[in-house]
Design a protein around this ligand. Sequence first.
Ligand code: DGY
Length: 325
Amino acid sequence: MKPKVLVTRKIYERPLQLLREKAEVTLNPEDRSMTPAEIMAALPGKMGVLAMGSDPWTAQLLEAGKDLKIVANNAVGFNNIDLNAATRLKIAATNTPDVLTDTTADLTFALILGVARRIAEADRFVRAGKWTGWTPNLMIGRDVHGKTLGIIGLGRIGSAVARRGQGFNMRVVYYDIRRLDPAVEQQHQLQFMPLRDLLEVSDFVTLHVPLTLETKHLIGAEELGLMKKTAYLINASRGPVVDEQALVEALRSGKIAGAGLDVFEAEPKVTPELLRMENTVLVPHIGSATDETREAMALRAVNNILAVIRGEIPPNILNPEIYQK
Ligand code: DGY
């Protein structure tokens, strides 16, 4: 008998097929997230779950999975999983690193260019039939090339954004809780700065930290107040890293020039004032949303489940301590 696996939302066909070869799959038939109650009802007998980053894997839900051996998140972020509870219950938790790094960095750069060059606003303008011809002062934005790019969180995605910035001839400064070796900094032309200094000097501040207790509201009124009036805030990490109300206030009062946001504090809700502002570019959490990458992510998640089925440690394990004797 094949082990039973729950897939909480439709994924690409090829990874699903691979999973079906080794497991009896229960797939959410609807194109929407399963509610926690629906997940709970589907959990009995399931050894694995291929979960979405939007599923809240609370201790209560994990405890309900009496036969659960793995929750394979179809995302690199894993703030939706109570990792302590998973570890206590000896449930492997996994994510999908690497395969979405460049795709998310591309989207970050699209936000940088989009907000500085007013792409979404200009598009709305043309579509509204407001364009009457070339004028010297129409949709004037700000240059990206040659400016200072401040990266908060120099992990995989932050580093990929740094490389793009260098391609645009930008000066790249970064802040991270772990500083690189100075020789590596020099080799990659990266300059470390304390957070406050980075906020003060950057023309674009871009966030690439995981959401943890420490990074919640890392950027609030005080931090926004340190930024240049001409600077832009970019967030393609997790919404709660920014105090959205403080951001609205900073944008409204002209403390900063604009924001490019892929993520929001209470997704899918967006603070209504943000929707009315022309100096924001807002996209619906699509950092990794390309055909190639979404398939690769699902493959990673499936491979993690298949490893557990084979009795192996999954390659993208987040809580390896569960395997310690
Ligand atoms: C991730 O992988 O964490 C993304 O935010 C979901 O696409």
